[in-house]
Every structure is written in C-alpha cells, then in structure tokens.
Design a protein around this ligand. Structure first.
Ligand code: WTA
Length: 654
C-alpha cells in the first residue's frame, strides 16, 4: 500500500467544475445544502426523496427501522414494483416510444428497443416464467452474454417478485454450479452463446456440465437462441426462450411487493471461503439507482444517451447498465463484445454512432486504450460526450488526465466513483457540476452518505494528516446490502464485527486530504482487484489445491500497468519437479483455475517452490510474497520466518 500513498501525495492538480450549469446538484452550495439537510434529519431527507422519486402502490410510514441492526429495514411498510417503476411509469408519462435500450453486437448488428417494446417482452417473459411455476421469492439464475434479453430477464423477475442472480457469462461451469447450489434456484435463463473477439463463446455446455452433478433444485432451463450455435436440448427440462415468449400475452400486471422484498443476489469475492451472495432488496436499491444517476451523472432522461460498459454480471452492470437508466426513463447502451474488436477504436466508434453523452468505464479499459494510441479516438466524433465516469479500481492520475484531455477534450468533468457490490450504488464521487476534481481522488461522499477514514480502533484520522486508515460508512443507507444469502453470521462478521456493530467496514484503505477528499488506496484484505474485478486470493488458492498434484498454494497480487493488479501464485507440488517441467505444469494449473472459476482468475505468474515462507506458527507470510512477486527489495520483517532459505529460492525462480 505504501507505493500508492507516495504517488498520491505528489498529486496537486485540481480542476474546477464547469460553471453556469443547472443540473440536479449544480453547485457546491447546493451539494452542501443537501448534505446539511441530511445532518439535520436524515430520516426525513430519505423519506422525502423516496416519496418524490419512486412510484408507490402503498406509501410507507416508517423510513428506517434500526431495531434489528445491522439488519436495517428501509421504507418497510411501503409496497411497489420495480419493473413498474422502470417501465409502466414512463409509458404512462407518454414516453413509450423512447429508446430504452440501444444494443449493438460485436459484429455491428444494432437493435433499438423502445419502452413499449421492452415492457411487452418483460411481460411475456414474466408470463413464461410463471407458466414454468416460478413464484415470488423463487431464485432464477441468469447466465447470459450482454444482450437485451439479460435485462429483460432481470426485469421480468422483478415483475413477479422472483429473485435473480446473474452469473457472469465468462464464469466456469463450476462457478455456476456453486451459485446454483447456494441459491437453490429453480430456473436458469441462458443463451446458446455470445460473441467474443470475433468468435462464439458457448454458454449452454457450461450449464449442462453444471447440472450434470447436483443442482437438483433446477427444474427448467430457458435458452435464448442468439449466436446461432447448435444446442443440445434436454426434453422436459430445456425450452427455447423465443418459443416460450411467443406463446404468452404481452401484458402482465406487476406484483406489488414489500419495500424489503429481495430483488437480487449477486456473488462477490471476499477474503475467506467461497464468494458471498450479496443480497439487495427492492425500494432502497431502486431509489439509490435512480438518485445516483441524477446526481453523479447529471443524467437527463430526455436528452442523454448513457453508456456504462460493464457487463450485467457485475454490480456496475446491474445498477448502471440496467436499473439506474431505466428507473430514470432514459436510454441505455449495451454492447456485446470486447472493447478492442475489431480495433481499439471500437468504444469511441460506438460513442459516436449512438451519440453517447455520458460514458462510464473502468480504469483498466482506459489504460489499455491509452496504449493503443490517440489516433483511435481522434478518428471519431466525441463531441456529444459531456460527462465521463470511472469505476472499480483506483485510477492513476496519468490515465485520468488522458481521459480528460483526449476523450473529454478538456470539456467533460470526470466522476471517479467509489462503491462496491455491497453498497448497491455510488458512495464517494464528484458531482460533475459541483465538485472540483483532483486526478486520482474519488473526492467527497454523496449527500446522505457518512463516509470516514478511521484507525484500527474506529477513531477518525485527522483530515490532511497524510495518514492512511480504514474506510467506513457510519450510517446505514437505503441501497446497502441486506445480508449474505443464507449466512447472517458471515454478514455480521465481515462488515460489522470490526467496529463492534457501529460502522460498516468496507475492506478498503483510504486517506482523507485537507479538503476532506478521499483517496482510495485499495483493499486491506486478501482481495485482489484485477481489471476492476474482485477476486479473493483464497478462492484462487482453493482452485489450485483442488488440482491433484498441488500440495499448497499462496496467491498474492503484484502491480500491473493495465490490469491494476496481476495474479501471482506460489505453488508447492506433492512431488518434486524439475525446471524442465515447470512451463507445462504452469500452463496446466492455469487451465485448471480457469475451469474452476473462469478465465479472469488465471494466475499471470506461477512460481514453484519446495516450501512456502511461513512463520513459526505456520502462517504464510503474504507480505513477503507480495514483495517477491513485485520484484521489490524485501521490506518485510523476515525474522519470524521458519526457513530462511525459502526466500532466496523464491527470488531466484522467476
Ligand atoms: C474497488 C465495483 C478505487 C474497491 C463497483 C472496492 C475502487 C471494490 C473504486 C469493489 C474507485 C471500486 N477507486 N477503488 N473509484 N471503485 N473500487 O464489489 O477496492 O466489484 O472495495 O464493486 O473495488 O468492487 P465491486
């Protein structure tokens, strides 16, 4: 963490927000006034916003129930439906013909889907699910490429109160199986395949493989015929999505559910055990998805075209590709393909072709595109862009400046948004027309969000002291996770235990400067951030040791120019290996991890060792491994190391 602090401390540039704007929060004064309102009476402020921004079927009378803290309940006795708020509501306001989704395939096929058309398909899909016996509270797995049907499936679940759990399309059969088993889902919605770099990535075989062992809860699989791949259909279990929808009416009354009705489960990596099923509920999540669109992006549904490049398999895709833009009645762009296909100008061409006004992506994509050179963006008309966002990992000031100068042409404010799967939406971010920005800082908490940097004991660290600490949220917020699916104790232990139940512990290190600006320093636990994706070191270690030949494995991150962090695995085999076997074995282990988790978890480096460096009490010395992985001088204290010769051996083997 120490290198991050130094590079950050050298950053002194600051950029004023464009003036003369009349956005949702259009000045620092307006931001401060709203913050003050929350300080005065946060329940009243949240209540006012929830009444103003959501359509309720039954109004709530209590804003926040803290009785079962940290299991907070928001707007508890209110009733509403999410799909109604995202679709019917806008159609009733005369917006039925507005584009809800503009989708482009990697091959360049474009679909415009109006609110009317989207609602009709959502109703058909909801009816089709009901016909298969799916009821409110049932879990539905969505394992899809970035196609409109993924959004349709999500919204259809919410229409009937089913709980969706989207599994990233590049996750393996094993990862899919784990999620099916944990959720005990009854239905899977998938596709024959999706496009990736000009080829077809098949999905259905992974579903079949996952279902070949266990997964007894699954009764049906709905398959979208998208890529023209041949698919084995199992009679009685598998159904074609288009056939199933065709047979259904295009109307379906939305089911009014309680505010706290579960909306979705999304798995994310932690420092221990298998990925956790983060549970989000309906009203609070929806409120924040909508508000943050308006506040963070200054989103104007009538004139903006919003494009968040995240896949729906991640929280960013949930909140900002689907629910946020639709909750506002706006237009969202979906792209199925990789950013560099057929060339590194693809994202910029998409921005130009669809007149994108707000663009939101991860620093890793920006860094990769910087490498490709400025000629790519220069070939496309980016004059419609007005706000640019980043998410998922710290952005280095050089990438921030390039984004501002080359993509935003100096005109577009940049919002560096800090948040997590658990927070549902943005927590710390600039407001584009209110906050002066500093490259690399997520700046200030949103109104209503009580973020702070504290020491191990929960005492706030003085702003501007230069000292780093732990990032906490001191008050509950509506879009917070409601728990970990099926494991209440783990929810308490992971997020609340550290500060005795009084603060939410985010797992990130941060620093607050003299202006109160937050500088996120990265995870303080054993979670890696690879290309903006969270991966638990322990998950990768478990995958490695599940290989028959592996005795022990330790995984750490090392800095990487483009990905942020690269995965470095130290492995001891059950049998001694010689150097001539190392390359083939490393390839085999990488393939094994890919099969267990997915290609994103494949180690970049694998180093074989006779032993791993451990303390006398048997703990692996991860700090030491991080130094070795990064090729740094060893700064950690090695005096407690049991076998001193191990370090030398590991340093030699690279
Ligand atoms: C990291 C993604 C620095 C952080 C929305 C967090 C960031 C984890 C930023 C959550 C940012 C996210 N600056 N770091 N702007 N945004 N992170 O759950 O470590 O996939 O805890 O949610 O990403 O990752 P997750």
């Amino acid at each position: 963490m120490s290198e991050t602090i130094t590079s950050i401390l050298e950053e002194h540039r600051s950029f004023e927000p464009p003036l003369g704007h009349s956005g949702s929060i259009a000045s620092l004064d307006a931001y401060q006034a709203l913050c003050a309102e929350f300080t005065e009476d946060s329940d009243a402020s949240w209540g006012r916003l929830a009444n103003k921004h959501l359509n309720w079927n039954k109004p709530f009378t209590e804003v926040l129930n803290r009785q079962h803290a940290p299991f907070f309940r928001w707007f508890e006795d209110g009733k509403l439906n999410l799909s109604e708020n995202c679709l019917d509501r806008h159609i009733a306001n005369g917006l039925g013909e507005r584009n809800a989704i503009i989708w482009e395939s990697e091959a360049g096929l474009v679909r415009h889907i109006s609110y009317n058309a989207l609602l009709a398909d959502v109703c058909r899909a909801a009816n089709a699910m009901s016909a298969l016996g799916i009821e409110a509270g049932d879990r539905v797995i969505i394992y899809m490429p970035m196609i409109p049907e993924a959004a349709i499936a999500m919204l259809a679940c919410s229409r009937i109160g089913a709980i969706h759990s989207v599994v990233f399309g590049a996750f393996s059969a094993q990862a899919l199986r784990d999620r099916i088993e944990d959720t005990a889902a009854r239905l899977i919605i998938t596709a024959d395949g999706g496009a990736r770099r000009g080829a077809i990535h098949a999905l259905k075989p992974n579903v079949d493989e996952a279902l070949s062992k266990g997964c007894a809860s699954i009764e049906h699989v709905l398959i979208v015929n998208h890529a023209g791949n041949n698919v084995d259909m199992r009679a009685g279990r598998d159904l074609d999505w288009h056939d199933a929808l065709k047979a259904q009416p295009d109307q379906r009354p939305p089911l009014s559910v309680d505010s706290e009705h579960p909306l979705f489960i999304l798995y994310t990596s932690g420092s221990t055990g298998k990925p956790k099923g983060i549970l989000h509920s309906t009203a609070g999540y929806l409120l924040w998805a909508r508000l943050t669109m308006l506040w963070t992006f200054d989103f104007r549904a009538e004139s903006d075209v919003f494009w968040c490049t995240a896949d729906v398999g991640w929280i960013t895709g949930h909140t900002y590709s689907v629910y946020g833009p639709l909750a506002c009645g706006g237009t969202t762009v979906m792209y199925e393909g990789v950013p560099t296909y057929p060339d590194p100008g693809r994202l910029w061409k998409l921005c130009a072709d669809h007149a994108v006004t707000i663009f939101y992506t991860a620093p890793t994509a920006i860094r990769a595109l910087i490498k490709a050179g400025d000629t790519w963006p220069e070939q496309h008309d980016l004059s419609k862009l007005r706000v640019l966002g980043t998410v998922g990992e710290p952005i280095n000031p050089e990438a921030w400046m390039w984004y501002r100068d080359v993509i935003g042409q100096g005109r577009c404010p940049i919002v560096d948004t800090w948040w997590q799967t658990e927070t549902g939406g943005h927590m710390i971010t600039p407001l584009p027309f209110a906050t002066a920005t500093k490259p690399g800082s997520a700046t200030l908490p949103l109104p209503g969000i009580d973020a702070a940097v504290v020491d191990e004991y929960g005492n706030e660290i003085k702003k501007g002291s230069g000292d780093g600490g732990l990032l906490v949220l001191r008050q509950p917020w509506p879009s917070m996770l409601r728990g970990i699916w099926g494991d209440d104790q783990r929810y308490i232990d992971t997020y609340w235990h550290k500060f005795n139940g009084s603060y939410y512990f985010a797992g990130d290190g941060a620093r607050c400067d003299e202006d109160g600006y937050f500088w996120i320093m990265g995870r303080v636990d054993d979670v890696l951030n690879v290309s903006g994706h969270r991966l638990g070191t322990m998950e990768i270690e478990s995958a490695l040791v599940s290989h028959a030949g592996v005795a022990e494995a330790a995984v750490v991150g090392r800095p990487h120019d483009i990905k942020g962090e690269a995965i470095c695995a130290f492995v001891t085999m059950k049998k001694t290996i010689d150097d001539s076997m190392a390359t083939a074995l490393a390839a085999e282990l990488r393939a094994h991890v890919s099969k267990e988790i997915g290609a994103i978890a494949k180690p970049d480096d694998i180093r074989f060792a006779d032993n791993l460096p451990k303390t006398r009490s048997g703990k692996i010395m991860r700090r030491l491994l991080r130094d070795i992985a990064a090729g740094r001088d060893i700064v950690s204290d090695t005096s407690t190391l049991e076998d001193q010769s191990v370090v030398q051996q590991l340093q030699q083997r690279r």
